[in-house]
Design a protein around this ligand. Structure first.
Ligand SMILES: [Zn+2]
Ligand SMILES: [Zn+2]
Length: 245
């Protein structure tokens, strides 16, 4: 009976809010999208830029054939071990992440998590993270938004990988100014002391989840705290990343 009610509830919800594409925001109809993914139109998937070819060995940005690292990683000493993403950011993905973050489109998390899983399942099984941690939001900010977008992606990914997700180990202890227009060095300074551990970590390999990688300063700030508290390897995974230089 419960199942039946749940099913009917689902049908009603779908009639009122038909599942929409994570890229264009329009109803999916009977478009099942590309193989292995859902929540995106086939035509909209062709507007995305999945990262492939030679990628930076540290941040995962697309780089030239003869390069090992991108320009940023060549010039920066990162604290995290390695990070990777799925899509190079473009206007379509920017819009998608904006709606996900600021217009309550929580359901997009499913498409993002599946995208990460399909693109990196072999690497993730190889790296063997023991725990997934979403980049924490400042608590008051999360209360206003109603959710932490990175936690939604981590929850989906954790389920695909069969790895636990913890949202209460690492916390954002300090409210920081928006980092959007700041350089890596400025970000590093602003983020100093921004994160802290609330309870013992208890694992050595952590995968930190976020929606977009910009300079890596946020991931570094988290990695620093995690490594000071017993983590030996801190990896990062993101839905999107900027273009390589
Ligand atoms: Zn679409
Ligand atoms: Zn890089």
């Amino acid at each position: 009976m419960k199942e039946k009610i749940k099913k009917i509830g689902g049908i009603i919800a779908n009639a009122v809010y038909p599942p929409a594409c994570a890229v264009c925001g329009k109803p999916l109809g009977d478009d099942t999208g590309p193989p292995g993914l859902s929540g995106i139109h086939m035509r909209c998937f062709s507007h995305t830029i999945p990262l492939k070819g030679n990628l930076c060995g540290i941040c995962g940005k697309s780089i030239g054939d003869d390069d090992i690292y991108c320009k940023d990683c060549n010039e920066t000493q990162h604290t995290f071990d390695r990070s990777f993403a799925v899509y190079e950011i473009n206007s379509d993905m920017k819009d998608s992440l904006y709606r996900f973050k600021y217009q309550s489109k929580r359901e997009y998390a499913e498409f993002y998590a599946k995208s990460i899983y399909e693109a990196h399942k072999n690497l993730l099984h190889f790296l063997q993270p023991e725990l997934l941690i979403p980049i924490p939001m400042y608590q008051r900010k999360e209360r206003v938004r109603g959710y932490n977008q990175a936690a939604l992606i981590a929850a989906g990914l954790g389920e695909y990988l069969g790895i636990p997700v913890k949202t209460d180990v690492l916390v954002r202890a300090k409210k920081t100014v928006p980092l959007k227009d700041c350089s890596f060095t400025e970000r590093r300074k602003i983020l100093d002391g921004a994160f802290e551990l609330q309870e013992p970590l208890g694992v050595e390999r952590v995968l930190v989840v976020d929606d977009i990688y910009t300079t890596g300063a946020t991931l570094d700030a988290c990695a620093r705290v995690l490594k000071e508290n017993g983590a030996r390897h801190v990896y990062g995974v993101n839905v999107c990343i900027g273009a390589g230089v």
